[in-house]
Design a protein around this ligand. Structure first.
Ligand code: PLP
Length: 442
């Protein structure tokens, strides 16, 4: 059994020296919550340059699905690197991209799909945005408050997570209307599920489409199956079914942004499978290639009919990233999706136990290993406790556990899908200790 090892003050001297150089030369736009310098890593364990060892429940922002440096992924990368580093799928053909495209295409719905490759989540969303316009020839789009779809100008226009992400970047792309997400813990309509009758969907047709947004001019609804950056918000079971029905009624495309929730993280290959909806278009990235840069946009074949030259990117679908993705998908299918489901249930149950005696845990929610905990001053008022959230994450880091926040006042648990029950126990004992110290002002 491994444990975190913290042998210096944090950051240690070597990490501190690197951070000084970073401060001088790296863009200050990044948001580092605590000073972790990752030197090497295996599974869920990260070593810093000073010999400190951390338990990683962030997976590099939900990316390292197979754990850090999984031997099968590393072997696939090395093999591909010996043969072909780059040729650009924009102008040429190569095996790994073709094999991956046929694999990904077969994973969504009836398998009659085509795949566009980019390098990131934002690029996958950007491609979906452009394809939706191209196909429908419509100009308007719907996205959600709390949504995070990336930071390129198109994806950013769809994003509505934190205002800092948009400040000074206007004007963005016009024609996007943000609407409230099905965030039942804080229902934007002050109703409660299931008596609400899915007011959040009904409102779209009965208010939005009647007053300001002609539905026949709407190209697509962009939606995260489970909101990620927005707070790991799980909508009720009918939400996507009802919204997709509404979209179909008006010829609107349903675009599922599975960048964070996809690739097995929720205990199914794609989170939308939990809701029984097959989208028209899906964006993928993060966990797809275990840490190598890759984004993919999967669309039904009858939708992806744009012509040669209409969209492409030099590096998109790099051979090494595609080989890493193929090795990743094989691991997901043979063992890790199942593990995510089993360990996710265990993690949720254990957090539920902690919640019983921790008044500051307002809500525990999630699917598989996409689990969020919302921190409140007390359960009655549900007043958000972002300062406690930040302090708990900081305190956990000092004890050797890596966590990330999401939303205004939530903590996300998104470990590698290889996580063991012992690693979950360890994570939760550090989390609980940190939480009690912070809340009791120790
Ligand atoms: N879409 C979702 C749902 C995400 O969570 C993210 C990143 O967190 C993105 C898109 C953007 O991905 P990237 O940072 O790779 O551009």
């Amino acid at each position: 059994m491994k444990f975190p090892v913290i042998k210096t003050s944090l950051p240690g001297p070597k990490a501190a020296a690197l951070i000084d150089v970073d401060r001088a030369h790296v863009s200050p736009s990044y948001t580092r919550g605590y000073p972790l310098v990752a030197e090497k890593a295996k599974g869920l364990w990260i070593h810093d340059p000073d010999g400190n060892v951390f338990l990683d429940f962030t997976a590099g922002i939900a990316v390292c699905a197979t754990g850090h440096c999984h031997p099968k992924v590393v072997a696939a990368i090395k093999k591909q690197a010996d043969n072909l580093l780059h040729m650009s799928g924009t102008d040429f053909y190569y095996t790994s991209q073709i094999v991956l495209a046929s694999k990904l295409a077969r994973l969504m719905g009836d398998g009659n799909n085509k795949v566009y490759f980019g390098n990131s989540g934002a690029e996958a969303v950007e491609a979906a945005f452009k394809l939706a316009r191209w196909f429908t020839k419509r100009e308007l789009n719907i996205a959600f408050f709390g949504a995070f779809h990336g930071r390129t100008m198109g994806a950013l226009s769809l994003t509505a997570s934190k205002v800092i992400q948009k400040k000074h970047y206007n004007p963005l792309i016009p024609g996007i209307t943000h609407i409230p997400y099905a965030y039942c813990y804080r229902c934007p309509y002050n109703m409660s599920y299931p008596q609400c009758g899915m007011e959040c969907v009904r409102w779209v047709e009965e208010s939005l489409f009647r007053t300001t947004m002609p539905p026949e001019e709407v190209a697509a609804i962009f939606v995260e199956p489970i909101q990620g950056e927005g707070g790991y918000v799980v909508p009720p079971p009918e939400f996507h079914i009802e919204l997709n029905k509404l979209a179909k009624k008006y010829g609107i495309l349903y675009v599922a942004d599975e960048v964070q929730s996809g690739m097995g993280r929720t205990g199914k290959m794609f989170a939308m499978e939990h809701f029984g909806v097959v989208p028209d278009i899906m964006s993928l990235a993060k966990g797809i290639a275990s840490g190598l840069p890759l984004g993919a946009m999967v669309a039904r074949s009858e939708i992806m009919i744009w012509e040669a030259g209409s969209h492409a990117s030099t590096f998109g679908g790099n051979p090494i990233s595609c080989s890493a993705a193929l090795a990743t998908i094989e691991l997901l299918e043979t063992e890790l999706i199942k593990n995510a489901e089993i360990r996710g249930k265990y993690l949720m149950a254990k957090l539920g136990e902690i919640q019983k005696t921790a008044e500051c845990i307002g809500d525990v929610r999630g699917k598989g290993l996409m689990v969020g905990v919302e921190l409140v001053k007390d359960r009655e008022s549900k007043k958000e406790a972002p300062e406690w959230r930040n302090k708990i994450i900081q305190r956990a880091f000092e004890k050797g556990l890596l966590l990330l926040g999401c939303g205004q006042n939530s903590i996300r648990f998104c470990p590698a899908l290889t996580v063991s029950a012992e690693e979950i126990d360890l994570c939760l004992s550090i989390f609980e200790e940190s939480l009690r110290e912070v809340v009791n002002n120790k």
